[in-house]
Ligand binder design. Structure first.
Ligand SMILES: [Zn+2]
Length: 190
């Protein structure tokens, strides 16, 4: 299986500092930082020293069993809503904007302190159970789960340490249903 290792970014991601690269396509500069304004693959052009975000605009459909990337936009006791931003087709992650919701199975860790399977803002990799206008997704399965999450206390990005998520700032563990490649995701077919 061939895997393509690209940096997949979401709006708001910090890409670079203005003294390193110029702000290119689908990026903007704010507070002396170059941030992404789109979803897609990060492209650093070392000749023009420009950083940009590339995505393909063509008709793409989500189908059952596809692997998708998305961000948690709402999470309450009734529903976990996902804004789908990418779908794996072949060896590529293609840009798409679609709505989904997560079907959660009971997790044996859910009684543990500080364990929340997902949080609003989390970036995740999920599989499509039922494609539709609001596709039904699951993060239960090999390679699926949270790829990036923030501390519920200080909002710092959590790091993967000894298989669990840790906030360096608060010196605190937080449990999530994280993917094995949390923090350094490999995008593409898995
Ligand atoms: Zn923290």
């Amino acid at each position: 299986m061939k895997e393509k290792n690209i940096d997949f970014v979401i709006p708001g991601d910090h890409l670079s500092f203005p003294e390193e690269y110029l702000s290119g396509k689908n990026t903007s500069e704010s507070d002396y930082r170059i941030i992404s304004v789109s979803y897609g693959g990060l492209n650093r052009d070392e000749k023009s020293l420009t950083v940009s975000v590339e995505h393909k605009d063509k008709a793409i459909f989500i189908e059952n069993n596809d692997v998708v990337y998305g961000q948690v936009t709402k999470s309450d006791s009734r529903q976990i809503s996902i804004s789908i931003v990418g779908v794996v087709k072949g060896h590529e992650v293609l840009h798409i904007l679609a709505e989904g919701h997560l079907r959660m199975n009971h997790d044996r860790r859910s009684n543990e302190r500080n364990f929340k399977p997902v949080m609003i803002g989390d970036l995740l990799r999920a599989r499509v159970i039922r494609a539709g206008q609001f596709s039904e997704l699951t993060i239960n399965g090999d390679g699926l789960g949270i790829l990036k999450s923030r501390c519920s206390n200080c909002r710092d990005v959590l790091i993967l340490k000894d298989g669990s998520l840790f906030c360096v700032n608060c010196n605190k563990w937080e449990g999530r249903k994280n993917a094995p490649d949390y923090g350094a995701p490999i995008f593409g077919e898995r």
